[in-house]
Write a protein that binds this ligand. Structure first.
Ligand code: ADP
Ligand code: MG
Length: 263
């Protein structure tokens, strides 16, 4: 049964999509079956995997509204072991249309429920807000990964995010855990990056992954070729960091399960 993981931070441009694309790809390369779910109307995850956003007839929007099943919208084996539930700008409408729907927070959970047996990991790329789309992701998920950009105000908004996670736990999804915090766009030449790392470690302690993602131009070029950075240039520093993160992540999850500690 899949572990369902929302990649969340209501700030834009912190590396959610880049992390979702590369972590999904790196884990699928280890022979695990992965589904990547695009839950952002910008559809950057979708195009990051080389899928043409405009030509899609079924997307996350249709799944949430109930006009098709997840099975019908998923693009199977876009890469080996890696399937994608794509999205485009249509999804912006869901935020509004869902408001009046029954069980509006449970739509994604119910849709994924039926297919999760087919995967080892399902990663959900969240939009830069804490609205109904992110809420659907948090209710569907077993856990979250929080990317934090090594920049000024890195911690800004994180208490609001922690609050949202607590509220979801209390009212909608008791089992929601924080799998980890990943530091992105680290620049070893600046003291600022180092300061942010220390600050985030004080706030999140052991939850912070040891693998830190450097700022790396190959990672930002890769989406324009429709490829995950780890496939576009596997020897780049950015790719290596995501491959390392994938290993650390799998170890963290699979070891804590075998110890029974991840309850
Ligand atoms: P989010 O999904 O949180 O909005 P993205 O993953 O789209 O963030 O990243 C924002 C921008 O920064 C994108 O243009 C992306 O290519 C770039 N980017 C992300 N991570 C890195 C990195 N480690 N090095 C260089 N550029 C990056
Ligand atoms: Mg994004």
């Amino acid at each position: 049964m899949a572990r369902i993981v929302a990649i969340v931070n209501q700030k834009g441009g912190v590396g959610k999509t880049t992390t979702c694309v590369n972590l999904s790809a790196a884990i699928s390369k280890k022979g695990k079956k992965v589904l990547a779910v695009d839950c952002d109307p910008q559809g950057n995850l979708t195009s990051g995997f080389g899928i043409d956003k405009k030509s899609l007839s079924r997307t996350t929007y249709d799944v949430l509204i109930g006009s098709c099943s997840a099975e019908e919208a998923i693009i199977k084996d876009k890469f080996e072991n890696l399937s994608v539930l794509p999205a485009n700008v249509n999804l912006a409408g869901a935020e509004i249309e869902l408001v009046s729907m029954i069980a509006r927070e449970l739509r994604l959970k119910d849709a994924i429920e039926k297919i999760k047996i087919e995967y080892d990991y399902i990663f959900i790329d969240c939009p830069p807000s804490l609205g109904l789309l992110t809420l659907n992701a948090l209710v569907a998920a077993d856990s979250v990964i929080i990317p934090i950009q090594c920049e000024y105000y890195a911690l800004e908004g994180l208490s609001q995010l922690s609050n949202t996670i607590s509220l979801v736990r209390k009212h909608l999804n008791k089992r929601l855990e924080i799998d980890g915090v990943v530091l992105t766009m680290f620049d070893s030449r600046t003291n600022l990056s180092l300061e942010v790392v220390e600050e985030v470690k004080r706030f999140f302690g052991q939850k912070v992954f040891l693998s830190v993602i450097p700022r790396n131009v190959r990672l930002s070029e890769a989406p324009s070729f429709g490829l995950p950075g780890i496939i576009y240039d596997p020897d780049s520093k950015g790719a290596k960091a995501y491959i390392e993160l994938a290993e650390e992540y799998i170890n963290r999850i699979e070891n804590s399960f075998s110890r029974g500690a991840n309850k």
